[in-house]
Design a protein around this ligand. Structure first.
Ligand code: NAP
Length: 292
């Protein structure tokens, strides 16, 4: 029987995709391609076929993709851009050899409009490779995960009463992983999504002044946003003990937000999931009530 095969299924996004897909198709139509088979034992318990596939081992990938009517290629978490592109290209080559009919790839929102090149360039390179492969493809251009912004750091913002960035009044588009996973599962379960590009972004954006104001409302303590220069923020982050790579990444992100590169909106996601995505206010409120 041909299967829907999912890579990265043991990761945070992949697990949510599988959960949503199980509500749409029988478990025996799903297979996961994972590098750690033991970690995927819960899938096997649910009747999903677990296959060994490692991005660093193209032969294993080819085997794990065999018989796939659709393959969800979840981008790797690799830091080095060139290595990351190489892994994606290797996976596409393996898919071709395995006779996969249709690849669905998790790209990055607004890559064609110059969004955050530190990440966008990897995804553009992968999108071009997919196009050149001649296979049927669907590109899911995922916005920034809302969880990248809504996490344990909220507590320190509340404690300090301030959020320091260099993002100015720039807008950013974010979406919860769960909404992106539902969209991916919808594309995997339905027909008619071949050769489409979906911008899986919110129809609404936010800036850090609004973020601070929501956090004040939710916590009952005043939190303000203070925007400084990139170099000041970078210096402060490094002085406070943040790893250098993270500090550079974070400052580059603030810079991109300040330069209005991250505020593109779309209604593609709403159309796919049949509702609005979870707003930043809802995410902050839910996180605060559950964790803080
Ligand atoms: N849009 C955004 O804001 C954003 C933010 C962060 C990341 N991302 C991208 O979105 C992807 C999925 O996000 P996530 O939150 O689910 O990340 P995650 O939780 O780190 O999951 C990454 C998945 O990739 C698998 N993986 C890593 N190296 C592999 C290899 N060599 N061979 C096979 N599988 C391998 C991991 O397997 P194990 O479980 O065995 O480790 C895991 O299943 C990330 O990988 C990254 O490319 C996007």
């Amino acid at each position: 029987m041909s299967k829907i095969v999912i890579t990265g299924a043991t990761g945070k996004l992949g697990q949510l995709v599988v959960q949503h897909l199980l509500e749409k198709v029988p478990a025996n139509q799903i297979a996961v391609s994972v590098r750690n088979v033991e970690k995927a034992s819960e899938f096997a318990d649910q009747g999903i076929e677990v296959r060994y596939g490692d991005y660093d081992d193209p032969i294993s990938l080819e085997k794990s993709f065999t018989g796939a009517s659709k393959l969800l290629l979840i981008s790797t978490p690799e830091d080095d851009a060139v290595v990351r592109i190489g892994k994606h290209v290797g996976a596409i080559r393996a898919a071709k050899k395995a006779g996969v009919k249709h690849i669905i790839y998790t790209s990055f929102a607004a890559v064609d409009k110059g969004a955050f090149p530190l990440l966008g360039d990897v995804h553009s390179a992968t999108e071009y490779t997919l196009r050149a492969s001649g296979l049927s493809t669907t590109i899911l251009r995922n916005a920034f995960y809302q969880e990248v912004f809504v996490n344990e750091s909220l507590q320190s913002f509340v404690d300090n009463g301030v959020i320091v960035t260099s993002a100015g009044n720039g807008k950013v588009n974010t979406v919860e992983r769960n909404d992106l996973a539902l969209a991916a599962a919808t594309v995997l379960a339905e027909e008619g999504h071949e050769n489409k590009v979906y911008e899986l972004a919110s129809s609404e954006t936010w800036n850090y002044d609004e973020f601070a104001s929501i956090l004040s409302d939710v916590s009952g303590k005043t939190v303000t946003h203070q925007s400084k220069s990139d170099s000041e923020v970078l210096e402060e982050m490094i002085k406070s003990g943040a790893p250098e790579g993270l500090a550079y990444f974070q400052t580059a992100l603030y810079n991109s937000i300040a330069n209005e590169n991250e505020g593109n909106t779309s209604d593609d996601l709403e159309k796919l999931i049949g509702r609005k995505s979870v707003s930043i206010r809802e995410s902050i409120t839910n996180f605060f009530n559950k964790n803080l």
